[in-house]
Ligand binder design. Structure first.
Ligand code: BG6
Length: 474
């Protein structure tokens, strides 16, 4: 991967002992270092309330890496340190500020300060407030580098709590200092969607309800909740994937063409799209939303009464001239029979093919086997005029080398250090997404009858409405 190195930064990780840091953030840092893509002066400070030495913490974070690169590990050893602190104690932030100032003095330069919050939402508010009250929200001592907040989802629990969280945050940090991570937006294949849509005129001219019959946005996983019982019991599939990742994907695939592909214009288009989604009224939830729970879930979370969905599907309508009448079907689930994240756009048939079950479709395979697939209709060789669907398949792995695609978290880190907001969700987008899912969540919190139990490693709930069948109405 060839790119300009971002400016030097101090990356302060709140929740360094957490699962996400170990699974995603640290491997991303490691790969950036290995590829020589971080500035030499980079410093990483891991915050924890546990009394753990820097050496032990680092050993734990890098354990299990498949390829162990000696020089990358040396880089980390020289630039990583643990700071033990009680994050709910305001006075401890003074010490943190002094520490960061001292680090910059030693290096003889100001650096961008990135506060990465990988912590439960309950402690989020106090941490942001204490950072602000203790001057950690300001530019560095010489005013030439910025202080930024990098926040992991979930951004709240529902619309109300998200509004509260946003108010708390913006009291201390300006919107331009806040980077709300949605790692799906940073996936190479997702970034490609915008470029693909607006640079391939053959598709853009067909991108509307005259030519498209349905869009399916699917993210199924074979894994279960991977030991995250507490988190998942408070979250569920609709909050975990639909409210964030999948509605973001929907906005990218359906938004109007922005004036430019600059961050502000893209966000404006995405927001307009999210605001034009029709809210599902309470009395239609049972018709337009499906939920399920995998069989072994209740035992796994040790809650025989759990009402939490591990599978969620909704049919969304967009109330604008481009998409009027086109069903957008969003589906996600855990412990299913395949891992598949993709967006499939199905085109309407013309009269000739009306009687056949053939169609054109365009599928963005986000993962695995990243690529783009186009289904065409061709004549079968032979004396009769028989038609059939064939695939034209573009696969990233065949065209590009493996190291040309940075992992989503590598991109997140580099963009945050550079101060580029394009791939981060704005506060307005977050609120617009909560407005879409809130009525469903509310309904589900009061009803239990519709929760279908499905077999582990199966295709999910059996009792599904027509719209959830990918071949319906195409
Ligand atoms: C996370 C969710 O945001 O995304 C997880 O909290 C989910 O539950 C994960 O497994 C999926 O990410 P990816 O990149 O593996 O598709």
């Amino acid at each position: 991967m060839k790119t300009n190195k971002p400016d030097p930064a101090i990356i302060v990780i709140f929740g360094v002992t957490g699962d996400l840091v170990k699974r995603k953030l640290f491997p991303a840092l490691y790969r950036l270092i290995k590829a020589n893509l971080l500035d030499d002066n980079t410093v990483i400070v891991g915050i924890t309330r546990q009394n753990i030495s820097t050496q032990d913490m680092l050993a734990d974070l890098i354990s299990g890496y498949p390829e162990y690169d000696e020089s990358a590990i040396e880089f980390l050893k020289d630039r990583f340190e643990v700071q033990t602190m009680n994050v709910t104690e305001s006075s401890e932030y003074k010490a943190l500020l002094e520490k960061l100032n001292k680090m910059e003095e030693d290096k003889g330069m100001c650096m961008n300060r990135l506060f990465y919050l990988s912590i439960p939402p309950q402690v989020f508010g106090p941490i942001v407030r204490f950072l602000g009250e203790n001057g950690l929200n300001r530019k560095c001592q010489h005013n030439d580098a910025d202080s930024r907040l990098l926040i992991e989802k979930p951004f709240g629990y529902d619309l109300k709590s998200a509004e509260k969280l946003i108010t708390e945050t913006t009291e201390h940090f300006k919107e331009e200092q806040i980077f709300r991570i949605d790692h799906y937006l940073a996936k190479e294949t997702v970034q490609n969607i915008l470029n693909f849509r607006f640079n391939n005129a053959i598709f853009e001219s067909l991108w509307n309800s005259n030519h498209i019959s349905r869009i399916d946005i699917t993210a199924t996983e074979t894994i279960g909740i991977e030991g995250r019982s507490i988190f998942y019991e408070q979250t569920g599939a609709l909050r975990d994937l639909v409210q964030s990742h999948l509605l973001q994907l929907m906005s990218v695939i359906t938004m109007e063409e922005p004036d430019t592909l600059e961050s502000d214009d893209i966000h404006e288009s995405k927001l307009a799209l999210l605001n034009s989604v029709v809210q599902i009224p309470s009395d239609k939830v049972n018709k337009l939303a499906v939920r399920g729970q995998y069989q072994s879930y209740k035992t796994e979370v040790n809650n025989p009464k759990s009402n939490i969905e591990t599978f969620a599907a909704i049919e969304v309508s967009i109330n604008n001239p481009r998409w009027m009448g086109v069903p957008i079907v969003i589906k996600t689930g855990k412990s299913l029979d395949k891992k598949q994240t993709e967006i499939r756009v199905v085109f309407k048939r013309n009269d000739e093919t009306e009687k056949q079950t053939l169609h054109n479709s365009l599928t963005f395979r986000i993962q695995p086997n990243e690529g783009i697939d186009i289904e065409l209709i061709v004549k079968k060789p032979g004396l009769d005029n028989e038609l059939q669907n064939v695939d034209m398949d573009f696969s990233y792995s065949k065209f590009f080398s493996a190291d040309s695609s940075p992992d989503a978290y590598e991109r997140v880190l580099v963009d945050a250090i550079r101060g580029d907001h394009t791939l981060f969700a704005t506060n307005e987008e977050v609120l617009a997404s909560w407005k879409i899912v809130d009525p469903i969540l509310y309904h589900w919190s009061r009803e239990t009858k519709d929760l279908q139990i499905y077999n582990d490693n199966s295709s999910g709930p059996k009792n599904i409405p027509d719209w959830l069948n990918p071949n319906y109405k195409i």
